[in-house]
Ligand binder design. Structure first.
Ligand SMILES: [Zn+2]
Length: 323
């Protein structure tokens, strides 16, 4: 009789095989070089921070028991080939130096490493005549990873989906003496759920116009293609896999967990999922907190060991209230 196991709230808690905690969460933080601090229009409730004010939100993260932040640096001047990423004393260097100095080992600093942060086109990869230049992209990502590691990043997260990106990053980091810096690679299905994020990180009214993301993300319908990318990144020495988005890829989280039970898996509850949780509550259709906890628990149940979520601060507060 299953009802016996549901006799009381504490009985229900007791028999749970897993429990979401604040230590499962990673909070993404957007930091602007122009120093402006305001609410992100495409992601209401989330803020852009300045170099100065990012310490405040990181303190909140630490105080809520969240172990890590994913840093997105929004630079003032991008260039065609993204080589500004390698400039001395660039904005990302300032961010990591500052946060490492202030928080030390109390906060894991994860750096999002992608060409779109630095290229005028907003493309995540180098392309020529419609073809992705994997090696050229991967080599550049390796160089950027070293710059961020030198400045204090604990983990680098290649986001370009280029074949060979983990291999190049690992060897570049090792050669530079950063054997202890982990690589956490994104594996993304081609999804409309990234759109509010691209609106947030692009100054253009039509973000990433002309960028064909189907060339570098995996086909949402094709799980074999997704798993082939997982296999490739693991063969290249990745430490942690990020499945992105989470909601539409719960089966892929489970598949990855089953195939690689010893590799930590992160799931990214992306910007589109964030607004999908926010919007119905604004109209009174659904309870935001209940929907948030249900979705996070379903992601964890699918096999995620950690979850990147824009609802990180709210989720950690709710988890504190749980008795
Ligand atoms: Zn990118």
């Amino acid at each position: 009789m299953i009802t016996r196991l549901k006799r009381s709230r504490q009985m229900i808690r007791l028999v749970r095989p897993m429990e979401l905690t604040s230590s499962d969460l990673i909070y993404p933080v957007f930091i602007r070089e122009d120093g402006k601090r305001f609410e992100i229009p495409s992601m209401k409730g989330q803020m852009y921070y300045s170099l100065k004010s990012c310490s405040d939100v990181c303190s909140k993260v630490v105080n809520l028991g969240i172990p890590a932040v994913m840093i997105f640096g929004l630079i003032k001047k991008k260039n065609v080939d993204g080589s500004v990423a390698l400039r001395k004393n660039g904005f990302h260097i300032e961010i990591f130096r500052k946060l490492k100095k202030e928080f030390g080992d109390d906060l894991v600093l994860i750096s999002n490493v992608c060409l779109c942060d630095f290229t005028l086109s907003g493309s995540c990869v180098y392309m020529e005549k419609g073809k992705v230049l994997n090696e050229k992209t991967a080599k550049m990502l390796g160089k950027i990873a070293v710059v961020h590691a030198e400045a204090g990043a604990d983990v680098v997260a290649p986001a370009a989906m280029a074949d060979g990106q983990v291999r190049h990053m690992r060897s570049a980091l090792d050669e530079a003496g950063f054997e202890d810096v982990s690589i956490m690679s994104y594996i993304k299905t081609d999804s409309c759920l990234f759109h509010p994020f691209f609106k947030a990180v692009s100054s253009s009214k039509t973000p990433r116009k002309g960028v064909d993301s189907s060339k570098f993300r995996t086909d949402i319908i094709n799980r074999k293609m997704f798993m082939a990318k997982v296999d490739l990144d693991i063969s290249e020495g990745v430490d942690i896999i990020i499945v992105k988005p989470a909601l539409t890829n719960l089966d892929l989280i489970l598949l990855t967990k089953q195939r690689y039970p010893n590799i930590p898996i992160a799931a990214y509850q992306v910007s589109g999922e964030y607004v999908m949780i926010k919007a119905p509550s604004e109209n009174g259709y659904l309870d935001e907190n209940a929907l948030l906890m249900e979705s996070l628990n379903s992601i964890k149940r699918a096999g995620a060991d950690m979850i990147l979520t824009y609802h990180g601060l709210e989720a950690a507060k709710l988890l504190k209230k749980e008795f």
